[in-house]
Design a protein around this ligand. Structure first.
Ligand code: ASP
Length: 342
C-alpha cells in the first residue's frame, strides 16, 4: 500500500483564520483549529500545521515572505508538499515573491485562503483548504504533479506569479488572465499538464532572502500632474518603476513627461512597462505613443501582472544586480511569470 503523503500547512492569518472582534474580522484561529474544521483531509494525507504568523495580509512585508521561505526550506525533505493559508488581499504578491525566492523548487507550494472565515456557515474556506491540500498531495508515480508556487481559489489552481485578486466579495476572487489555469476542480480535479511548470534540471532547493524596496508603481491617467510624476521619479535611491500604461503599452507624448522618463532611465532607474488592461501584452513598437517610451529607455514587462513585476524588481535588485543586469532578467522568464519567446 502507498504511504500517505505528508503535507505541511503554514498558517499565516487572513480571513480564513479570522473571527469577529469588536472592530472587525481579526485572525485568531490556531493551526490546530484550522485542521479541526477539515477532519476529512486525514483520509487523503497526513497534515501537520504550524502557526507562522497571524496577520491580516494587508500587513504582509518581505520579512514575512522570508519566514515562509525559511520554513519551507527547513522542512523541505520532511514533507511532500506545502500549503500556505494566507489572507487574500496580498496573496498574489506573496505567491509571486515566493516563486522567485524558491529557486529549483520541485514540490508543490499552494497558497489559499477564503472570503468568509472558516467558522461561518457559508464559508468558502473549507473547500479551498481541502482542495489545496489534495492538490499538494497529488503525485504521478514518485513525482508531485505540481512543482511550483500556485494559488488555489474557488475551483481553479493558478500559477502564483500570473494571478491577481480581482474581486473583493465574490468567492471566485482570483484570476490568471494571461496564462491558462493549471488545474480545475469540479467533481474531479483536472490537471492541465502541458501548462504545468517542470524544471529541466533537478537541483537542490536554493532559497533567496534579500529584497530591495526602492521600487515604485506609476499608474498613468489622463491629466497627470507633472509635479507628482517628477517627485516620484526623483525619489532618492529609487531603482525601479513599474509603469502601468494604456493599452499595448502607450503613454502620453508630452515633452515634460518624456523628459522625466529619459532623465530617470539615464540615471539607471529601470522602468518596466506593463499594461493596465487585464489581458494582453505590451508591444511598444505598435503605436508611436508606445515607441517613444522604447526610445527613452523603458523596457517591456510583456504580459506581467503588477504583483509579479514589482516583486521581481525587488528580488533582482535585492540580489545585488546592476541596472543593466536587472533589465536583462526582467525581459526573460525566470519561472514562467511572463510570455516571451525563448
Ligand atoms: N484582509 C484580509 C487579508 O488579506 C482579506 C482576506 O483574507 O480575504 O488578510
Amino acid at each position: 500500500m502507498q504511504q500517505k503523503k505528508r503535507i505541511l500547512l503554514l498558517a499565516t492569518g487572513g480571513t480564513i483564520a479570522s473571527r469577529k472582534s469588536d472592530n472587525g474580522l481579526k485572525p485568531q484561529i490556531t493551526p490546530e483549529e484550522l485542521i479541526e474544521y477539515i477532519p476529512q483531509v486525514k483520509e487523503i494525507c497526513d497534515v501537520e500545521a504550524v502557526q507562522l504568523l497571524n496577520l491580516d495580509s494587508t500587513n504582509m512585508e518581505p520579512a514575512h515572505w522570508k519566514l515562509m521561505v525559511h520554513a519551507i526550506w527547513e522542512h523541505y525533505d520532511d514533507f511532500d508538499g506545502f500549503v500556505i493559508a494566507h489572507g487574500t488581499d496580498t496573496m498574489a504578491f506573496t505567491a509571486s515573491a515566493l516563486s522567485f525566492m524558491l529557486e529549483n523548487l520541485s514540490k508543490p507550494v499552494i497558497l489559499t485562503g477564503s472570503q468568509l472565515p472558516l467558522g461561518m456557515l457559508r464559508t468558502d474556506g473549507k473547500e479551498n483548504l481541502i482542495t489545496a491540500i489534495e492538490i499538494a498531495a497529488a503525485h504521478d508515480g514518485d513525482s508531485p504533479i505540481i512543482q511550483e508556487v500556485c494559488i488555489f481559489f474557488e475551483n481553479d489552481l493558478m500559477r502564483g506569479n500570473r494571478t491577481s485578486k480581482t474581486s473583493a466579495d465574490n468567492f471566485n476572487a482570483f484570476h490568471s488572465y494571461n496564462y491558462p489555469v493549471l488545474a480545475h476542480a469540479g467533481i474531479s480535479i483536472h490537471y492541465n499538464l502541458p501548462h504545468i511548470y517542470r524544471s529541466k534540471l533537478k537541483k537542490p532547493l536554493k532559497p533567496h532572502y534579500t529584497f530591495d524596496n526602492n521600487i515604485a508603481i506609476l499608474k498613468l491617467f489622463p491629466g497627470m500632474s507633472p509635479l507628482v510624476v517628477e517627485n516620484l521619479l526623483k525619489t532618492p535611491q529609487l531603482k525601479g518603476v513599474v509603469m502601468e500604461t494604456f493599452g499595448s503599452g502607450n503613454a502620453p507624448s508630452s515633452e515634460w513627461f518624456l523628459k522625466l522618463i529619459r532623465e530617470a532611465t539615464d540615471k539607471g532607474i529601470v522602468i518596466v512597462n506593463i499594461t493596465q488592461c487585464h489581458t494582453g501584452s505590451v508591444e511598444m513598437g505598435r503605436y508611436k505613443t508606445g515607441h517613444h517610451l522604447l526610445e527613452n529607455g523603458v523596457i517591456s514587462g510583456y504580459d506581467s501582472t503588477t504583483e509579479s513585476a514589482v516583486t521581481k524588481l525587488m528580488f533582482l535588485f535585492g540580489s545585488g544586480l546592476s541596472s543593466e543586469e536587472v533589465k536583462e532578467y526582467m525581459q526573460c522568464s525566470l519561472i514562467g511569470e511572463i510570455t516571451v519567446e525563448d
